[in-house]
Design a protein around this ligand. Structure first.
Ligand SMILES: C[S@@+](CC[C@H](N)C(=O)[O-])C[C@H]1O[C@@H](n2cnc3c(N)ncnc32)[C@H](O)[C@@H]1O
Length: 280
């Protein structure tokens, strides 16, 4: 097969990849046969897969609008993915044109396409980096040029942390990001739930394991996902099945009941001043 000209040379098109599978399930065109094959196997086990990605994408738009409503004008989106419809900068700049957005992804295709999409937008950029290297993201010249860490930032870590195994210590990296944010900042997380799930989730995990994908799924419990927020304060309604987070209409929910509980979603705020310790 002739390689299409949008495929960076470092990409192995014979190995399935999570960014491209997600793109496929959202109806995008930046995916290969090997991605579609694994996605089709997953859909056989979980026919609600497209619904799951749709409702979590809809959470993304709601939480960005919420943050803009709270006065946030700059966003850091880690694990931003291949651009699709209603990307963070589009939602944010539609609500407040002055919003600035720094995207981060480790996937070269996601980065190449984001660069193309953002070529004419001087308030949005992408950095090619791994979330496990916070300094390379926080100190990157693009980041420093676009974001002011003395002012509140909306940090988005959506459908990304469940691709980080416990051994990679994702909590450690998240603590570093939380620490770097100014008081009044917000953190939004979506994450596959390990609670009350039936056997289909194990089957999906096994399918991904059997593929040669570099990314493996680690579903986590409510408490484990909560830990990613540290001492930030969850806004109402807390950490919930993401369609139940401030829905604006029936389109934010899925007709498949399991799709409404598979992904935890929550938004939390960094408190304004250091809290006195309890013995003071
Ligand atoms: C399922 S997509 C989510 C896209 C978007 N955040 C959303 O919610 O619609 C997950 C993205 O996280 C990226 N990713 C996974 N592990 C990462 C890591 N360690 N560092 C940076 N990006 C990562 C993948 O390349 C992929 O593009």
């Amino acid at each position: 097969m002739a390689r299409r000209n949008w495929i960076p040379p470092s990409v192995d098109v014979s190995v399935p990849n999570i960014a491209r599978i997600y793109d496929y399930l959202l109806g995008g065109a930046h995916n290969f046969a090997v991605d579609r094959e694994l996605a089709t196997q997953v859909e056989r086990v979980r026919p609600d897969s497209r619904s799951v990605v749709r409702v979590s994408r809809s959470f993304l738009a709601r939480c960005v609008r919420f943050m803009v409503g709270q006065g946030i004008r700059q966003f850091l989106d880690i694990g931003s993915g291949i651009p699709t419809v209603a990307n963070v900068h589009e939602v944010a700049q539609d609500a407040a044109p002055e919003c600035r957005v720094l995207y981060v992804d480790k996937d070269p295709i996601a980065v190449a396409h984001s660069e193309l999409m953002l070529a004419n937008n001087d308030r949005a950029r992408i950095v090619h980096a791994d979330m496990h290297d916070p300094d390379s993201i926080l100190d990157h010249p693009q980041t420093r040029a676009l974001l002011d860490f003395d002012r509140p930032i909306g940090l988005l870590v959506l459908l990304m942390l469940h691709w980080q195994p416990d051994e990679s210590e994702p909590w450690k990296a998240m603590a570093r990001y939380r620490e770097a944010l100014a008081p009044g900042s917000y953190l939004a997380i979506t994450h596959v739930s390990a609670d009350n799930q039936d056997l289909t989730l194990t089957e999906v995990t096994d399918l991904i394991k059997a593929s040669r994908s570099a990314d493996q799924l680690t579903e986590r419990s409510y408490e484990q996902v909560l830990d990613f927020f540290g001492d930030f304060e969850l806004v109402e309604p807390g950490l919930v099945g993401c369609p139940a987070w401030r829905p604006t209409g029936p389109g934010d929910m899925s007709d498949a009941p399991e799709a409404n509980t598979l992904i935890y979603g929550g938004v939390a705020r960094k408190h304004d001043v250091s809290r006195p310790s309890s013995d003071q």
